[in-house]
Design a protein around this ligand. Structure first.
Ligand SMILES: Nc1ncnc2c1ncn2[C@@H]1O[C@H](COP(=O)(O)OP(=O)(O)OP(=O)(O)O)[C@@H](O)[C@H]1O
Ligand SMILES: [Mg+2]
Length: 401
């Protein structure tokens, strides 16, 4: 089984690229589902399907061809399926807080429920081997990063908080009733959480297993978009998810003659070069801007050819972690694989939240996590094929090259 996430900033082409990839893998004979994690679903629109068809289908997969399905989660349906007791408790809580009943029900859909529902599906599909390929059309960066953090956060909550909370509620319930109107959750609420947690077990391992899962970052050759892609790149690395390709969508084709676009073409080439510094050794796949919107099966097929050419979309285009951050006694260590490099050729330069590693004519920009960015004492050591870079000290430390 293969799972591929398509993530990136709003509007860069995630849904189109995910859908195009789905067409290609299904045509290769793999049973494929493209799932949308975005609340503002647009999968159906991209396939040019009738909205009503999807709404009738209540969030279940819809068949596109003999091997391809698309699925847009319907949170209302999911609530009935998985969240009943949890949702009931939360809405009673908001309701006693004096909120209107309808609003209370609406508010009781907490951020994260949709993402957890999607994780439940992924886990189910993997366990039941229901599909060969699961393609996830992620929401714009911020939200999709929350989605990958859920298994870790939930694990922490279940181990550290949940049991204590459940016990507390059990003993306090009789007392609480006498002193406050605010309902304490009943045991069915806790049981529902525990059931959900059990259903989610293992999904964290699936997401970080590079043999199964990889992330493809969709981006555009523009400064602001690239900055966000760099950030996403760092976060996926922190979560130890394998990024196996960068899809540089919307490149102006070389045969555009109109001088009006000269500046655009130069800038895009410049950003494409920059992107190599940011994301290397992960490969970049440039994709041309089409003459019009990419809508409907035929256009998506063409887009797939444009992205992958003769390559197999299921290939793991890059297998290793590009880098790792490790917390140490008095700071952080960044571990970079740099085979065949000599110490004298390496030059480091830190500019607040960015580290530039220069090796001869080659440059690599690494965005630093929030905790690491203010540490200004930087030292480095080459150990076999790894370059270890240590960050320590306060905001006033001196930079070392
Ligand atoms: N290579 C391309 N050439 C021309 N148009 C494109 C290309 N890629 C995407 N588009 C168009 O850009 C628009 C946005 O694409 P898409 O919906 O796939 O982006 P998205 O990243 O999923 O957006 P959102 O963040 O809103 O979900 C669509 O109208 C799509 O047809
Ligand atoms: Mg989209």
């Amino acid at each position: 089984m293969r799972i591929i996430l398509f993530a990136g900033k709003g509007g860069v082409g995630k849904t189109s690229v995910a859908a195009a990839t789905g067409i290609k893998t299904s045509q290769m004979g793999h049973k494929t589902v493209v799932m949308s994690l975005d609340v503002a679903h647009s999968l159906a629109d991209i396939f040019d399907l009738d909205r009503g068809l999807l709404d009738q289908n209540k969030g279940q997969p819809i068949k596109i061809n003999s091997k391809l399905w698309i699925q847009e989660l319907d949170i209302q349906e999911e609530i009935q399926r998985y969240w009943g007791d949890i949702h009931a408790y939360l809405s009673s809580l908001f309701n006693t807080a004096g909120l209107d009943e309808v609003l209370a029900e609406e508010l009781a859909i907490l951020p994260g429920m949709e993402e957890i529902s999607l994780l439940l599906y992924i886990n189910q599909y993997v366990r039941e081997r229901k599909f060969d390929v699961v393609l996830l059309d992620c929401a714009p960066t911020g939200e999709s990063l929350r989605f990958i953090s859920i298994p870790t956060t939930l694990e922490w909550y279940m181990n550290k908080i949940f049991k204590v909370e459940r016990k507390f509620a059990k003993y306090l319930r009789p007392v609480a009733k006498r002193v406050t109107d605010v309902p304490l959750p009943g045991d069915d609420y806790f049981q529902a959480i525990e059931d959900l947690y059990n259903k989610l077990k293992g999904v964290d391992k699936i997401l970080v297993d590079p043999a199964t899962t990889s992330v493809r970052l969709v981006t555009n050759p523009e400064k602001v978009v690239l900055k966000e892609t760099q950030r996403a790149f760092m976060y996926f690395c922190l979560y130890k998810m394998s990024i196996d390709a960068i899809i540089m969508n919307r490149m102006l084709p070389g045969n555009v003659q109109d001088t009006y676009f000269n500046d655009w073409i130069t800038r895009q080439q410049h950003h494409l070069e920059k992107a190599k510094n940011y994301f290397s050794p992960v490969p970049i796949f440039p994709v041309n801007l089409f003459g019009g919107e990419v809508i409907g099966y035929g256009h998506l097929e063409r887009l797939a050819d444009e992205i992958y050419g003769a390559k197999n979309p299921l290939e793991r285009f890059f297998k290793e972690n590009p880098y790792q951050f490790i917390k140490e006694n008095n700071g952080y260590r960044l571990k970079l694989k740099l085979p065949f490099v000599l110490k004298k050729d390496i030059d480091l330069n830190k500019r607040y939240d960015e580290l530039v590693v220069r090796i001869g004519g080659f440059k690599r920009h690494i965005l630093l996590p929030r905790q690491v960015a203010p540490l200004n004492s930087v030292t480095a050591k080459l150990e076999e094929e790894y370059l270890n870079i240590f960050f320590s000290g306060g905001n006033h430390g001196r930079e070392k090259g």
